[in-house]
Design a binder for this molecule. Structure first.
Ligand code: SAM
Length: 207
């Protein structure tokens, strides 16, 4: 297995959103965090030979990280067609030979029912925008429906929420770790060049 730092380096070519939409919380997952999540998943046997679905794939960062680790197939799902074009271009840049399908769909009401053993990886909207609270809940519900294991990035202090959602939906949180998320200035209302966000990543096994 290649190292996490080699994976981070390969993901360095993944371009960000051309014209990011604030209502959809479109910001690129940092390559370091994507590599950390996917390397951890790979060590758990949750990538190789499996179907991996990235819900809210955006630029394809997480999907492409998984595609570099020998999955059976990768599916990237986003509701907005614009980032899916970017993701296709990013696939070309990364140069993975694994099959990746880019699908326009609502991750909260997926028409995607992958066959076989499925891992969901995702950096869903945190629900930070007004009227969009608990956006990550619908993504977790989809993971519970289509996957037997999921890895999801949430804002800090989400442990109680994720654990209780999992418990109510035949899931168990088996791993959790904190990570740094360095968000470059993306939207007009961001008044700093970079903002540091504390996030938490959870692995949930769904029965
Ligand atoms: C935080 S970004 C994820 C970024 C992605 N991991 C990347 O590195 O580019 C959240 C993504 O979820 C997508 N999204 C928001 N609501 C969605 C929905 N209901 N169904 C599918 N995708 C959605 C947004 O368009 C955005 O690309």
């Amino acid at each position: 297995m290649a190292t996490k730092s080699a994976l981070t380096q390969q993901l360095g070519v993944v371009a960000g959103f051309d014209d990011p939409r604030v209502d959809l919380e479109q910001y690129r997952t940092p390559p370091e965090l994507a590599a950390h999540l996917v390397h951890t998943a790979d060590l758990q046997g949750d990538v190789e030979g499996r179907t991996v679905v990235d819900l809210g794939c955006g630029t394809g960062m997480l999907a492409l990280a998984a595609a570099l680790r020998g999955p059976e197939h990768v599916v990237g799902v986003d509701i907005d067609p614009a980032p899916l074009s970017t993701a296709r271009e990013n696939q070309r840049r990364v140069g993975t030979s694994s099959g990746v399908s880019w699908v326009r769909a609502d991750a909260a009401a997926p028409g995607v029912c992958p066959a076989g053993e499925t891992t969901v990886i995702m950096n869903p909207p945190f629900g930070a925008q007004r009227g969009n609270e608990h956006a990550d809940r619908a993504f977790l519900a989809t993971a519970a429906e289509i996957a037997d294991v999921s890895y999801s990035i949430h804002n800090a202090d989400s442990a109680d929420f994720v654990e209780s959602f999992a418990a109510d939906n035949d899931g168990t949180v088996t791993h959790a770790f904190q990570a740094d998320f360095d968000l470059p200035r993306t939207f007009d209302f961001h008044d700093e060049e970079r903002r540091h966000i504390d996030v938490e990543v959870f692995r949930v096994r769904w029965d």
